[in-house]
Design a protein around this ligand. Structure first.
Ligand SMILES: *[C@@H]1O[C@H](CO)[C@@H](O)[C@H](O)[C@H]1NC(C)=O
Ligand SMILES: *[C@@H]1O[C@H](CO)[C@@H](O)[C@H](O)[C@H]1NC(C)=O
Length: 158
């Protein structure tokens, strides 16, 4: 449930109320990038940080500078391939359009290297307009959380 709050909400759910497995994949991708980058904590302050994390990750990816995203606390040359793989998978999960994102089972296969070829990710949402939400609707975040909580509970109960 916590995942549905603030920065973990996929754009199609936040804006159009469309929820699917791909929305979960999106939330997981944000979480994965936060863990690898050591920026998990900051996202508790809302959308802005999580979205700028996506923008930052996307920038570094395009600069071929992925190593700058990795939390120094887990940065270890012997696990670099796995860590880069996590970032790559994370970026695939947070692609703007749900149809571009992998399914949850594909994500698992990619993370445990059953699938070795990873597609090139497309741009995550908000990479360029990252403050959109908070500026236009400064008090919406908390409301969003409770609405989502109810919606997800209903979906889970089926
Ligand atoms: C987040 O990190 C800051 C310092 O970096 C700390 O003061 C704060 O308690 C942390 N918050 C959470 C929710 O862990
Ligand atoms: C990688 O990104 C970091 C953080 O933005 C920056 O400090 C560093 O100079 C970059 N390195 C390269 C090789 O671009």
């Amino acid at each position: 449930m916590l995942l549905m709050c603030s920065g973990y909400i996929s754009p199609e759910y936040a804006m159009e109320g469309r929820f699917s497995e791909k929305s979960d994949v999106y939330s997981f991708g944000v979480l994965l990038l936060e863990i690898v980058s050591g920026r998990r904590n900051t996202s508790f302050y809302g959308n802005e940080q999580a979205l700028s994390l996506l923008g930052f990750a996307w920038k570094l990816w395009n600069e071929g500078n992925i190593s700058a995203l990795v939390d120094p606390a887990i940065s270890d040359p012997s696990s670099q391939v796995e860590i880069f793989r996590c970032i790559h998978v994370g970026l695939l999960c947070v692609q703007e359009f749900p149809e571009d994102r992998p399914t949850a089972s594909t994500v698992v296969s990619m993370l445990n290297s059953e699938i070795s070829y990873l597609a090139t990710p497309k741009q995550p949402p908000f990479a360029e307009r990252k403050h959109h939400f908070n500026e236009e609707r400064p008090h919406q975040n908390e409301e969003k959380c409770s609405i989502n909580y109810v919606t997800v509970t209903v979906v889970d109960g089926r």
